[in-house]
Design a protein around this ligand. Structure first.
Ligand code: ARG
Length: 466
């Protein structure tokens, strides 16, 4: 850069240019403001490329050694914060290469042989997104363990189960927590799937058509931990499926996080008091001294907005793009950066909240029995013990609920005489199924809420995570 005054043609591609770019052109074109986050992947990719060029006899071993060493110098400068990123140099690729030239001189100019920024950026970004899959997998693993610990602590604690947010049937705390273990488990496996599918190397596709140099794409793929090189050079430089898959998977995960966050917000309210959040994950109000707000849960609930927003933004950017590379694709990175920053924060915050969460067992149990939650058990009793068709049993039970509601009581408070006035087949035995503990214990079907079933699922998950 030194031999040319500022604001003239770019030394990286300026051969055919008489004048430098307009300031606005530079502003819209530059990506260094955000793609500097790819510096480690960019340098890793370049080192693999240079080593391969030497192994293939395309550049000399001494040049490759100088390049490899020089790139490490650049890496440490960036890591120490000693690197001056330049907008005139557009992006991370040209910033690194330009600094390499200052550090090692002439051999730096040989690094870009048989390579283009198109396969370079596709490689860097793929490596970065692959790391983010690994980070999400680790984050989900920790979250699953936290939910599992909650499930284990309260496997047979009873609580109301809801449909339409109306009391439906009693369930166990363990069962409810394990529902989230299943959801986060699917998220984890989706990140694993996405990682496996994206783990192919675009490097060596060059600008779009491949190259005439005798490169070894298998070698660079292996050096970068990819399973194989991508099979079509046009696809290699224009594919952003890996980013779309990451964002889609992140969005589904964020939906799950938002549902649990919403339940924590509801459950921690004064009206529910199902759970108490720790001070560490709550905030106060500057005006109302009594307040303890579930801000972290609310923010987690909201994160789906920007994460899904990022997914939608990139889908729209990619839609209708002709092959191969177009500059539109530079708009991929900020979306993924923002989504992954926020997903990781939300996963960590949810893990912390869940680990600290105190479930109020007595309060859960008291709520479990209210709202006629065992009405279905009563109907089932009529089917089982009195031989009624389910529809008739449903009707009889409905009449009993109406009777209890009218006198302001729950089902177990009705006298046997009152019950028998609605149906003569009812006996004392029915009171057994009206208790919430008996109710949950009876739901022994596979995946049901019975503590024995929940314990089996907890054991399965512990084995899976071990
Ligand atoms: N900064 C660019 C991006 O993020 C790198 C690739 C540029 N390629 C090109 N042909 N201009 O997409």
């Amino acid at each position: 850069m030194t031999e040319q005054p500022a604001n003239t043609a770019n030394t990286m591609w300026g051969g055919r240019f008489a004048a430098g770019p307009d300031a606005i052109m530079e502003a819209i074109n530059a990506s260094i403001g955000f793609d500097q986050r790819l510096y480690a992947q960019d340098i890793r990719g370049s080192r693999a490329h240079a080593a391969m060029l030497a192994a293939q006899g395309i550049i000399s071993t001494s040049d490759a050694e100088a390049i490899g060493k020089g790139l490490l110098t650049v890496l440490s400068e960036i890591e120490k914060g000693d690197f001056a990123f330049s907008t005139a140099l557009e992006d991370i690729h040209m910033n690194v290469e330009s600094r390499l030239k200052e550090v090692i001189g002439e051999p730096a100019g040989r690094l870009h042989t048989a390579r283009s920024r198109n396969d370079q950026v596709a490689t860097d970004f793929r490596l970065w997104v692959r790391d983010q899959c690994d980070a999400a997998i680790a984050g989900l693993d920790a979250l699953i363990r936290a939910a599992l610990a909650q499930a284990e602590a309260g496997t047979d604690w009873v609580m109301p189960g809801f449909t339409h947010l109306q009391t439906a049937q009693p369930v166990t705390w363990g069962h409810h927590m394990m529902a989230y273990v299943e959801m986060f488990g699917r998220d984890l496996s989706r990140f694993q799937d996405a990682r496996r599918r994206m783990n192919e190397s675009p490097l060596g596709a060059a600008a779009l058509a491949g190259t005439g140099f005798p490169i070894d794409r298998h070698a660079t793929a292996a050096a970068l931990g990819f399973d194989r090189p991508m099979a079509n050079s046009l696809d290699a430089v224009s594919d952003r499926d890996f980013a779309l898959e990451y964002l889609s998977t992140a969005a589904i995960c964020a939906v799950h996080l938002s549902r649990l966050a919403e339940e924590l917000v509801i459950w921690s309210s004064a009206q529910f008091r199902f759970v108490t959040m720790s001070d560490r994950f709550s905030t106060g109000s500057s005006i109302m001294p009594q307040k303890k707000n579930p801000d972290a849960a609310e923010l987690i609930r909201a994160k789906i907005g920007r994460i899904l927003g990022a997914a939608v933004a990139l889908f729209v950017v990619m839609k209708g793009l002709p092959l191969a590379y177009s500059k539109d694709m530079q708009e991929d990175k900020e979306q993924v950066f923002d989504a992954s920053d926020n997903l990781m924060l939300a996963l960590a915050a949810m893990t912390g909240m869940l680990s600290d969460l105190h479930a109020n067992r007595d309060r859960l149990e008291a709520a479990a029995g209210s709202g006629f939650s065992t009405a279905t058990d009563l109907a089932d009793w009529l089917v089982r013990e009195a031989g009624l068709p389910f529809r008739d049993a449903h009707h009889v039970t409905g009449a009993l609920v109406a009777m209890a509601e009218k006198q302001g009581s729950d089902l177990p408070d009705l006298t046997l005489a009152q019950m028998q006035s609605v149906h003569p087949a009812l006996t004392d035995d029915v009171y057994n199924v009206l208790g919430v503990h008996n109710s949950v214990a009876s739901r022994t079907s596979y995946g049901g809420t019975a503590p024995a079933q929940v314990r089996a699922q907890i054991a399965r998950w512990k084995e899976k995570l071990a």
